[in-house]
Every structure is written in C-alpha cells, then in structure tokens.
Design a protein around this ligand. Structure first.
Ligand code: PMP
Ligand code: GLN
Length: 387
C-alpha cells in the first residue's frame, strides 16, 4: 500500500520574485552591524504627542472596527488638507479611503483595475511593489525607462501606450531616483492620457519632501489628471512612523466605488485608534508644513559630508533618498558592491538594479536613505569617505 501523503502541486504566481531588496539589505545590516542607510525609514523618535493620541483613543474605547472607508473625522481632515495644499475639494464620503499603508492602496487599486491581458505602464526604475501586483492579476507590466539623467522620457512614454493600456503609474517625488515631476511633465502626461482610456495611478508618498523651493506637483492639482486618477499617500512617510502602516487614496467617486469593492474584502478597515490619532494630529498644519526644510537639511548635510568621498552624488530634488555613483571606486555590479559595502565598510545601502525590469548594463549606482539623525549620517559619511 502506498502510504505517501499526496502533496498538492504548487503554482508559483510570481516565479521571478524573491525577498524584497529592502528586507534583504536591512537584514544584512543587522547581521553585520552596519549603519543602515538602506530601507527607507527614519531613525529618530516620532512625536510623543502622536503616541499620546493613540493611547487616548484606545483608553476612550475606540478599539473596534472603523467604518470600511475610514473614520469620517480622518477622511474630512484629509479632504481639507488636499484642498489647502492642492486646491481641490474631494468628497469625504465617496472619494477618499484610508488604507493599511500606501502598499495596500496601490495593491487594491491594481486589483480593482487590472484584468488578464491589461497593460500597465511602469516607469523604471520603479518602486518594487507595482509590477508584481500587476502580474498577480494577469496584467502585463510595460516598462518605460527614465532617461540617463533620471527624467521622464516623454517620447518613450508615448510609444508605450496601446489599446490594452489600462493604467499608467507615476511616482513623484521619485523613489529611488530622488527626482520630481514638474508642472510641464504633468501637463505632458495629461496630454498623453487625453487620447487613451488609461487610468492614472499617482504614488505621492513623498509629497512633503520636495526641495529647493519647488512645489509638489500633485496629480490633484490638474483637473484632467485627477478626473482619472487614484492618488496615493502614506502617513508612514509624513509622520516618521513607517511601522504604523496607514495611508490613504483619493479618487473620483466612480473609481473609488471600484476600489472599495475590493478594499472591503482585502482589509475591510484600518486600525481605529491610529485613525483617531491622525485625525487630531492633522488639524495642525505645522505638523507637516516644515518637513521639506527638515529633510532638505538632512540631504545637504549628507551631500556636504560626501564631497570628501569618491562617490559622485546625483541631483536629489525630493524624497529621502540620495543616489550615488560609485564607478570611481569599483566596477563591480551593484548587488555585489552593496553587499561588500555593508560587510567590509559597515554601511548598508540599496543597489539600484532591483528597481528595473532591465537594469542598464553599466550603471554603478547605490541609494542611500538620509532620513536619519545627524549622528547616524556622520558615522556613515566617515566610513564612506574612507573608501
Ligand atoms: N510608494 C513608494 C514610492 C514608497 O517608497 C513606499 C515605501 N515607503 C510605498 C509606496 C509604500 O508605503 P507604505 O509604507 O505606506 O506602504
Ligand atoms: N519604501 C521603503 C524603501 O524604499 C521600503 C518599504 C519596504 O521595505 N517595503 O526603502
């Protein structure tokens, strides 16, 4: 008698995917005791007032399910913030949904939009969660590279549109490039979308990290864009609390109806006491108004220190990431060099190639996160300048 248990055959829906580079590099940093400038998160404490607000919400008994689209008080605070910053009043009842971070907002948007064979245009280098989500739903990512100077290539973008294009994903300020889209880019994108049925997915989690006096060009500012857009944000970035995993998405009612159909079965609703806390905390614009200056000072501090290194820094206009070309130091590939940098020199970074469908052959670039205390940055600078 055959007593072997039957093992169900497994079908890997994402055969090319391993563990994310952020997890790999943060784990390596921990293992070898390297200064961690890899995964994007701040190393300074959050505002204790936020902790008090969550504590108060819990003690006041706000510990059961929040309404599916999010707490009404938080939704109206978000609508007010967008109106103040970007000049448009979304409907708090029907056009904003609170999510478990931007990752879930993006995933649910893609789940709601993409069917088998639908194409989604992704601009490379791209944040790592877009393409796998598209593929999970049978969609086809269409990758369009940025130019060598990390700006948008409008001709290549135009050529990527076709009859199956379901969505275009943009990201400003950009992770990992550290570039921003300008008003002229947004107008050009509006023009490209004009003749297409594609939806825009605009990832704006770094909205409050825009430097040198530039203004964040949210898709919300552009009527033609916002009428067909899901615009995604994250409290993790804005309030230095990436571990709280709360974000939100705006979209016109018709699109949001599709989103919520999926959201209700994906997470149903999001952490109630944290939503209460953010609803209160958002009431004071001082809690986010100074962030660009705060992060610009960190960018400048890091850049100043790195002047004495052999790394060549690329322009950084936004986000909390600084790209650095290491070709004067080594001709190793970026995965190998990043690993050696962590193991032998004690600084963890993120290699750039995992952000590409097809990484440029001779690119020698690492990403450093500068959302760190000055003491952390100084210790890293000292090590990097010795190489
Ligand atoms: N988009 C971009 C561009 C990001 O860098 C990140 C990571 N912070 C996310 C989305 C995901 O954000 P969250 O942590 O809120 O899920
Ligand atoms: N967004 C963060 C980064 O770019 C990482 C978030 C994650 O680890 N998924 O580093």
């Amino acid at each position: 008698m055959n007593t072997a248990h039957r093992v169900p055959p497994l079908h890997d829906k994402l055969p090319e995917v391993g563990t994310t580079i952020f997890t790999v590099m943060s784990r390596l940093a921990q293992e070898v005791g390297a200064i961690n400038l890899s995964q994007g998160f701040p190393d300074h404490p959050i505002d204790p007032a936020m902790i008090d607000l969550v504590d108060r919400a819990m003690r006041d008994g706000h510990n059961q399910y929040a309404p599916m689209p999010g707490l009404p008080a938080l939704r109206s605070a978000l609508v007010d913030k967008a109106a103040k910053l970007y000049g448009y009043n979304y409907d708090a009842e029907t056009e904003v949904t609170v999510t478990a971070g931007a990752t879930q907002a993006l995933f649910t948007t893609i789940a709601a939009l993409v069917s088998v064979g639908d194409e989604v245009i992704i601009i490379d280098p791209a944040y790592d969660c877009y393409a796998p989500a598209v593929r999970l739903f049978g969609g086809v990512p269409v990758h369009v590279p940025l130019t060598a100077s990390m700006t948008i290539d409008l001709e290549a973008l135009r050529a990527a549109f076709g009859p199956r294009t379901r969505a275009l994903i943009i990201n400003t300020p950009h992770n990992p490039a550290g570039t921003i889209l300008h008003a002229s880019d947004m107008q050009a994108i509006a023009e490209l979308l004009r003749d297409s049925d594609a939806v825009l997915i605009s990832d704006e989690v770094y909205e409050h990290m825009v430097f040198d006096g530039a203004a964040h060009q949210s898709a919300i500012r552009y009527p033609e864009l916002r009428e067909r857009a899901f615009v995604v944000f994250s409290f993790g970035k804005v309030f230095h609390a990436t571990g709280w995993k709360v974000g939100y998405v705006f979209a016109p009612e018709k699109l949001m109806t599709l989103f919520r159909k999926v959201h209700q079965f994906n997470v149903f609703s999001v952490n109630t006491p944290v939503q209460h806390a953010f609803a209160h905390y958002l009431a004071d614009p001082a809690h986010y108004d100074g962030l660009s200056a705060f992060f610009q000072a960190k960018r400048d501090h890091f850049a100043q220190g790195m002047k004495h290194s052999r790394f060549r820094l690329l322009p950084c206009q936004g986000s909390y990431f600084q790209l650095a070309d290491y070709s004067a130091i080594s001709d190793e590939g970026d995965l190998a060099f990043a690993e050696r940098l962590a193991r032998e020199h004690g600084v963890a970074s993120i290699p750039l190639s995992p952000f590409y469908h097809r990484p440029p052959a001779d690119q020698r670039i690492l990403r450093f996160c500068f959302a760190k205390q000055v003491s952390t940055l100084d210790a890293a600078i000292e090590r990097l300048c010795r190489i």
